[in-house]
Design a binder for this molecule. Sequence first.
Ligand SMILES: Nc1ncnc2c1ncn2[C@@H]1O[C@H](COP(=O)(O)OP(=O)(O)O)[C@@H](O)[C@H]1O
Ligand SMILES: [Mg+2]
Length: 240
Amino acid sequence: MMMLEVTNLEVAYGLSQVLFGISLRAGSGEIVALLGRNGAGKSTTLKAIMGLLPIREGHIHLRGREVTGQPPYILNQLGIGYVPEDRRIFHGLTVRENLLVGALPERRRSKRGRQDGWDFERVFELFPLLSGLVERKAGTLSGGEQQMLSIARTLMGNPDVLLLDEPTEGLAPKMVHALEAQIGKLRDAGLTILLSEQRVKFALRLASQAYLLERGRIVFHGGTEELMANEAVRRAHLMV
Ligand SMILES: Nc1ncnc2c1ncn2[C@@H]1O[C@H](COP(=O)(O)OP(=O)(O)O)[C@@H](O)[C@H]1O
Ligand SMILES: [Mg+2]
């Protein structure tokens, strides 16, 4: 089933248009990479999907249902989880409190009818590092630990679709390595993930297909092997 479908998306900040006809699709349980250099429009695309920016043109469908123009809290209830670039954890709250903030009320959980919901136990199984830090103030965690907490908090809302904005940005190699395995496990658990990255090799090891953005336009779309095999695209856009 097509989980997430974006069609001809156009987004502007005031008078300055930054997305020009972005179309992309993600099937259920698939990781789709959104690649591109700084300023290409990756974050803007994810924010627009999450209802955080007004959509000038285009459509967004979730499980075949049109959700264009819905506010973030509705999209959240419908199953989209967003992990922003700057992580946005609550620095003054403990790890446990941050996770509680992300948890959906029981009522909504049951309404969504999911049996495989996320709780503390499951989150700590995926991120064992966090389990030893439950009472620590989130602001005292390392960048990698904060990134894991940010993902963990979003998982507590039981999303079906995860929008991950440059999760490896600024992380130590060891953390990047750990995160790769963890994101792979999320896919194996059935989540659909739209993964924005500048770290191309990292993203392509996880994703089954990739979209390459440049100045607000999709300049390449294909399977990850196809992308790596395409010398011209690699040299012109990816520097790998
Ligand atoms: N709040 C904003 N106001 C005006 N322009 C913005 C804003 N945020 C991003 N932009 C511009 O939109 C373009 C795409 O940015 P962004 O989506 O953040 O790219 P990426 O995430 O790929 O680095 C850039 O030219 C950037 O300068
Ligand atoms: Mg960005």
